[in-house]
Design a protein. Structure first.
Length: 210
């Protein structure tokens, strides 16, 4: 049983590592391959790179923050607004996908990984509404910090989104997906939160001229 569990967890870690490596590779290629220095193709390259960045930001476990910084370094201050809008749109899309995704695939994944307690917890959470979920988590969660996180969940999400290396925790796309699935935050609140939380870096690039 333990051998099967560890093998499946290692497989999941390998997939996460591959996604992370792919995102990092993409960030490194921006200045060398995706952005040729010819005006005739530059605008098309910017559009393609922006769409790819949006898509990668939607995906879990991709280092979106690093890719966004690389894109702004390539485009300069003029690209800061574009990266900012793509980031907000991508994280909002991740949240929306999570909101319409049932918990079943996630607790089946936990069962496949032999994480049966986590799977059982999700099964109990699935039929509950937002307030019932908060009360349930405050009661069942083993950590004393959980009530604080639940009370200040918007602040907690903002910290996670700006945490260096958060790709290991799911990245912006994974965080948005899980927040949407949790149903603990309204969509309009999440969009407003993201719009504020991801603004500092693009704003600095814009004000300092890249």
């Amino acid at each position: 049983m333990n051998t099967a569990r560890y093998s499946r967890i290692l497989l999941l870690v390998a997939i996460v590592g591959l996604l992370n490596f792919g995102g990092s590779w993409f960030a490194q290629q921006l200045d060398f391959q995706i952005f040729p220095r010819h005006d005739s193709v530059l605008h098309m390259a910017v559009m393609v790179a922006s769409v790819l960045y949006w898509l990668l930001m939607v995906l879990p476990f991709v280092p979106g923050m690093e890719i966004g910084v690389a894109l702004m370094l390539t485009l300069g201050s003029e690209g800061a607004l574009l990266v900012y809008l793509c980031t907000v749109a991508a994280l909002s899309c991740s949240f929306a996908i999570g909101r319409i995704t049932p918990c079943r695939p996630l607790y089946l994944l936990f069962s496949w990984l032999h994480l049966h307690k986590a799977s059982a917890l999700l099964r109990e959470l699935e039929p509950l509404n937002s307030q019932q979920r908060i009360a349930f988590l405050n009661e069942k969660a083993p950590s004393k910090i959980t009530p604080f996180i639940m009370k200040h969940r918007l602040l907690s999400i903002a910290v996670l989104l700006n945490l260096p290396g958060n790709a290991l925790l799911g990245g912006g796309g994974g965080i948005g997906l899980l927040v949407g699935m949790s149903k603990l935050v309204a969509f309009r609140h999440f969009v407003l939160l993201v719009a504020v939380a991801v603004a500092p870096v693009p704003l600095c690039f814009y004000l300092l001229g890249g």
